[in-house]
Design a protein around this ligand. Sequence first.
Ligand code: ATP
Ligand code: MG
Length: 268
Amino acid sequence: MRERASIAIEAAAKIFTTPGRGAIHALAPTDLLVSPGEFVAIVGPSGCGKTTLMRMVAGLLRPSAGRVSVGGQRVDGPRPDVGVVFQQALLLPWLKVETNAVLPLDIQGRRQREDGAKVRELLRMVGLEGFESRLPRELSGGMQQRVALARALVHDPSVLLMDEPFGALDAMTRETMNIELQRIWAADRKTVLFITHSIPEAVFLADRVVVMSPRPGRIEAILDVHFARPRTTALFNHPEFGRLTQRIRAMFGIGAGEGPNADAAVLD
Ligand SMILES: Nc1ncnc2c1ncn2[C@@H]1O[C@H](COP(=O)(O)OP(=O)(O)OP(=O)(O)O)[C@@H](O)[C@H]1O
Ligand SMILES: [Mg+2]
């Protein structure tokens, strides 16, 4: 296993300059330190810079100011010790599940003979045993997202970045995936940055929840979540869970019983 790594975001800001529309201040100078092995969730309304922040950590986007480091090293491009899961599974439709999952090792030219067994073990861990030879179109959305998770883990990254990975799934599958993700994370405690629109999902999964606000995107608050692990779905009914999610909702102006989002506690 790789050594666990921290993420350090130091006064990192992003301004996009677009022809005709001038400068877009996507992210104000932002500081965030994520400890090795910590699970941090980010919530915030659409357009507040969550993906921008994550892409900077992934090395897919250069900050306009400030710096981003992983494991103490400045990020200046995609790194082999970082795994990424996006909202869509983004599988290659002509490759079977197993070949899709092993792709990062192929791309990095690091595939070894024994990796076949490792991939099968990972697919088993994400609940896809028996589906190794299927094509993506033969899988449900939730199963495709499990393949994407296995693919993000196959090169044993120290850091896992997830951008609304379960946003396209139905509520029941999403709950199952939350439990699965917690189990997988508990197995070797990678450092996780997890973006979501769902306040309950953030509180259920995270050690800390970062609350962002838009125009320009910035961190409004960071809340500690102290519930014991492993967490079960019974937590959703815990009074303290309700208080915490309500506190975050209030930061977005979503009051109890007000508006269409109040029950779902989803931000858009
Ligand atoms: N490549 C780009 N060029 C120009 N503007 C961009 C670019 N990427 C993002 N933006 C702008 O930066 C702001 C933040 O975008 P970002 O995708 O980070 O938001 P987000 O919080 O992830 O939103 P969502 O919840 O909808 O995914 C938005 O105003 C968006 O229009
Ligand atoms: Mg986004």
